[in-house]
Write a protein that binds this ligand. Structure first.
Ligand SMILES: NC(=O)c1ccc[n+]([C@@H]2O[C@H](COP(=O)([O-])OP(=O)(O)OC[C@H]3O[C@@H](n4cnc5c(N)ncnc54)[C@H](O)[C@@H]3O)[C@@H](O)[C@H]2O)c1
Length: 276
């Protein structure tokens, strides 16, 4: 291999790293799983939809699939034990399972609140506790939580979801602070507006899609594939001094979106900008 290739391999390779991921059967999780495996990682893929995650694992070399319900502490412990038995250790935990239900604050039923909180925040906490115990015993580890644009900014109908994702970032910082002494790092990836089967309906919507594009400097949704690079970097030794941060991958959404029309000599033909 070339010198550049050797250096990249040393920095970014996931060879020998045992990775557990929840929500692995989902639109984002399944693409991250393929990307992490391509970088050399050994994977325990976990999801509520056990059949789908086992099928996915069957298509990826070095992966095994496990059912888990992150609402259930017993199910989490069983899944983590099975992952440790399969992989021998856990170097990286990726918490990707998450749900949303768009409703106004006054419309949210208590059961809906409990379910979104339970999966998105308590579930992440319980997974981190169960895996964190192994990592402390092992003498090191690495946690990657999936946040959201809504952990910083807000959309209507996302009150509970946004609160869970802001909570996930607070939890990420807490782990970075408490667990650095055990050589455990913790970071978050906060995706912007990503096009997945679940969000396709928004991107096809006549007014919402226009509203969204105006708020994204790059004027297009992200692809799940565009989250793979940061995920490999955070999982690898390339990020060895990075902990306690949330990295927004959003095509320029939080920074201000697409500006209103202003006079300049170097205006591009925006009608020529790709929309996908
Ligand atoms: N799609 C986006 O635009 C977007 C943007 C920002 C953040 N996110 C976050 O990215 C993550 C993945 O989202 P996605 O778009 O792939 O959604 P998705 O619905 O395709 O995937 C979520 C996965 O979580 C699993 N899951 C749900 N409840 C579970 C439970 N109780 N126990 C275990 N697994 C459970 C589902 O079965 C599913 O496979 C979520 O945390 C989401 O909040 C997505």
């Amino acid at each position: 291999m070339s010198v550049i290739g050797d250096n990249l391999e040393r920095l970014f390779s996931l060879k020998g790293k045992a990775i557990v991921m929840t929500g692995a059967a989902g639109g984002i999780g399944s693409i991250l799983a393929r990307g992490l495996a391509a970088a050399g990682g050994s994977l325990a893929l976990c999801d509520l939809r056990e059949d789908e995650v086992r099928k996915l694992a069957g298509e990826i070399e070095g992966a095994a699939g496990f059912g888990v319900d992150v609402l259930d502490a017993g199910s989490i412990q069983k899944c983590v034990d099975a992952a440790v038995a399969a992989l021998g250790r856990i170097d990286v935990l990726i918490n990707c399972a998450g749900i949303n239900r768009r409703e106004g604050i006054l419309d949210v039923a208590e059961a809906t609140y409990d379910r979104i909180m339970g999966i998105n925040l308590k579930g992440v906490f319980m997974m981190c506790q169960a895996v964190g115990r192994h990592m402390v015993r092992q003498g090191g580890g690495n946690v990657i939580n999936i946040g959201s644009h809504n952990d910083e900014d807000m959309l209507g109908g996302c009150s509970v979801y946004g609160a869970t994702k802001s909570g996930v970032i607070a939890l990420t910082r807490a782990m970075a602070v408490e667990w650095a002494q055990h050589r455990i790092r913790a970071n978050a990836i906060s995706p912007g507006h990503i096009l997945t089967p679940l969000t396709a309906v928004t991107w096809e919507h006549p007014t919402r899609s226009v509203w969204l594009r105006d708020r994204i400097a790059m004027r297009r949704p992200g692809k799940p594939e565009e989250l793979v690079g940061i995920c490999v970097m955070l999982a690898s030794d390339a990020s060895s001094y990075m902990t306690g941060q949330a990295y927004h991958v959003d095509g320029g959404c939080l920074c201000g979106g697409d500006p209103w029309d202003f006079d300049t000599q170097y205006k591009a033909d925006r009608s020529a900008m790709p929309l996908s």
